[in-house]
Design a protein around this ligand. Sequence first.
Ligand code: FAD
Length: 119
Amino acid sequence: MNTPVRTVVAGGGPGGMLLAYLLARAGMPVTLLERHHDFDRDFRGDSLHPWTLELLDRLGLAGRLLELPHIKALQFRFRTPRGRAPTSDYGLLDTPYNYVALMPQARFLHFLAAEAATL
Ligand SMILES: Cc1cc2nc3c(=O)[nH]c(=O)nc-3n(C[C@H](O)[C@H](O)[C@H](O)COP(=O)(O)OP(=O)(O)OC[C@H]3O[C@@H](n4cnc5c(N)ncnc54)[C@H](O)[C@@H]3O)c2cc1C
């Protein structure tokens, strides 16, 4: 029988959190190192785009994630002196996730940590 490889992931941003989750889910002992003590700070990844939501769906995470408070943005528009100019219309996409889910990144990271803790 193979001995599970112990892994260490440095950094608890969305990349590191998801990688640590996937490694744990694959049965690998994993330690996540994060230099901050919590997620309570200003992040920049507050928008979860359709492809990200599809990926989370394939991992079986989207349903529970989207039970958490978020805003569904179907469109983004600029306000200009001549009126509103649409920049993107996610509602046209052929996917159940045809919107951007706006959610504080700290909430998303807490969610991933909680999901990893159940493995
Ligand atoms: C202005 C701006 C707006 C953005 N808006 C969006 C958006 O709306 N939606 C979106 O999906 N993406 C957005 N992004 C991109 C998004 O922020 C990044 O893709 C994402 O944060 C990358 O995740 P990451 O986990 O690779 O790195 P990071 O989020 O940078 O996380 C790295 C983590 O590693 C930790 N760390 C660093 N060094 C060490 C160390 N030596 N030891 C332990 N821990 C360490 C840090 O504290 C941090 O928590 C935006 C980016 C910018 C610049």
